[in-house]
Ligand binder design. Structure first.
Ligand SMILES: [Zn+2]
Length: 150
């Protein structure tokens, strides 16, 4: 099922972890409009970067979110968020730096550059955090910092 021209529901719910643990990561029907909004945000990002965007984690049901160690309030469990890479554009730090000045234009509520132990990706959410300062942040094993900090 296509959510938008370039993003399918299958892409936004796929999870090796869910498969390996036998977790059914099918979202409740009422979450579908949110997933469409998330896919629409990804379309704008894709058009801006000019290359394919590969979603590494989209919707996570609560059981999957726990299994991957996500915080309980994660926007992933609400259908608002997606993690992605875009190797043809460049490394995630470069993607995050390019998108940071465009969050309003692209309808990105929150942009997080995440890098943990050699793995890095970009997290985007349609949901805007309560504290405006948290809108563009970097998350690593040593914690959160404001802005994009490679
Ligand atoms: Zn994420």
């Amino acid at each position: 099922m296509n959510l938008t021209p370039h993003f399918t529901l299958a892409e936004l719910t796929a999870s090796n972890k869910a498969r390996s643990l036998g977790i059914d990561n099918t979202p409740a029907p009422e979450l579908l409009p949110r997933l469409v909004r998330t896919a629409e945000m990804l379309e704008r990002i894709r058009a801006t970067l000019g290359v394919p965007v590969l979603v590494t984690s989209g919707y996570r049901c609560p059981a999957l979110n726990r299994a991957v160690g996500g915080v309980a309030t994660s926007d992933h469990t609400q259908g608002h968020a997606a993690d992605f890479v875009a190797p043809r554009f460049g490394p995630p730090a470069q993607i995050a730096k390019s998108l940071a000045p465009l969050v309003d234009l692209l309808g990105i509520g929150q942009l997080i550059y995440e890098h943990f132990g050699g793995k890095a990706w970009v997290h985007v959410s349609t949901h805007t955090p309560e504290k405006p300062a948290n809108r563009v942040i970097t998350l690593t094993s040593s914690g959160a910092s404001l802005g994009i900090q490679p």
